[in-house]
Design a protein. Sequence first.
Lengths: 403, 239
Amino acid sequence: MNAIDEQRRKVAKENGAQDAESWSASMRAAMRRLLTRRAGPVVADEMPAGTSAIDDLPAASLAAAVPDPLYVFNRNAEILYANEAADRAFGATVAGGSLRLKFRAPEMHELIAKATGGGEESVAINYAERVPVERAYRVVASRIGKDTGLFVLLFKDQSEARRIDRMRADFIANASHELRTPLASVAGFIETLRGPARDDPKARENFLQIMHNQTQRMARLIDDLLSLSRLEMKPYTKPGGRVDIVQLLDGVVESMRHLAGESGVTIEKALPSTPIFVAGNSDELVQVFENLLENACKYGGSGGRIVVSAEQKGPMEEVRATVRDFGPGIAEEHIPRITERFYRVDVETSRAQKGTGLGLSIVKHILTRHDARLSVKSRVGEGAAFTVHFPPLPPSPAASQDS
Amino acid sequence: MQTQHIMRSFDDELKYLADQIAAMGGYAERMVAEAVEALIQSDTGLARKVVADDAFLDEKEREIGERAVIIIGRRQPMAADLREIVGAIRISSDLERIGDLGKNIAKRVVAVTEGKQPVRLFRGLEALAGLALTQLKEVLDVYASRSVERIGFVRDRDEEIDAMYTSLFRELLTYMMEDPRNITACTHLLFCAKNIERIGDHATNIAETVHHIVTGRQLPLERPKEDKSHKIVAGPNSS
């Protein structure tokens, strides 16, 4: 015997005028409404009342099957039933406990007052919990049936959308901060050139060079910001193409030879002779490995060489592509954070190397879209290895033709 | 508002009191969260709203006090029932104080955000507020569920809040020494931090009251006190 059946009897007794039977019928109707609202009107059309199995289902088992937190309460806002999802999200409740004590936010009290006050059949609000983790819900309170004196409170989780909004806001704040520094520097030099340094050709040349560097830094930053926000516009849709990662790496290495030469680094290739295909967009993956190689040259260049390798141990094994440098390495405490935007292990080096603080963020973003992930292994003094792990390509008839 | 609520039984009266405490708790939680948000986002509109919200708490505290007195007079309750009613009076006054502290933070928003302040000034305060809000939510949840076995956490967290407050005090002092232009904002932020720390103390008070309501026993007296900020000086060696 479960709680809701007991409560059903109790409530039926209290209401007097109606028996348990009519209550359970209206409860079922309400639950059906609840379910059809979620699944679309098709269910209602295909299952006319009276002929389908749904009429024989106990209300509690229906409520338990709802994956979102759900409470059934009465006119006094006493909780009569909470499903498992509700207990998981908001902690256990005792039958008869006060819903107003459970959800204290003023907007929730208003919602409960509106729902129990009669009038509208259902009312909805947005509800957010700030601590301990930020959670946001769309909450609907609906009357069950015509005069059961019962109500249902249903929570729809919207935390993810909210988090993305917040991320975007943080991002804008960061970006404007990053742009302000070079801008202030340029403005300062213009002032100096107009004033004290007006007739000093040597200083003028010097300052103009610095201003040139700063404007270039802003341009790079804007480029990176744009490509990052372009990536954000099309999140979690996996690119459909097929790419030979060996050929792609070969191309990227050749195009980076110039930069490597400038940094005094030689790039060694440890690539297999046969192609390895992964699912992905070739332009985006080129950007991933360009960024990784650029980082290796800039920050690991002191090691003198970089090794680019790719391997797949078996036909259904993951594909690994690694860029390894032999530079100073990255301290342990920085590794979990280096893909954060504008996170810099060493601000001075990053500025000197014309880094924007966004390269690895872009890498991580692209890889997330590809269902791939980045792992970093490093020890101080022994260089760093950045490995991209791709899931194996599912076997398809096209694959055998291509290879 | 349900002021003309018709009382049927003693139980209903007690439930009504608890619901009013819940309403106050909800307002207090929201006020503190929004005051800190207004501070961080430089949102003076939100700050004004927080200041206005305080009237609700003042009114409710009075209402609970009056109603509690009427219940005691009319019903002559004993033991657990009496503790419940007296506890409600005490909790409502703690919540009212929390509202005042939240309001005080909101009032400082204009002064703090007059000049554009760097984000780093607020980071510590945001974390401190997160701790205090979690504390407040936890104790009100304990009041709702009567699960006093969780009260140990509450006292532990109070210690954490105090440690955090002490470190924040030091940090803000550093900013003031770095650049005298920071002094106005940092002084206000110091008061805000102190307010948040006080909110944590009131939350701990509520936890003790709830413990008394449910078990009939007082929690042991020695209460963690970790606010060492009275020892911090802006000497040449402090960093």
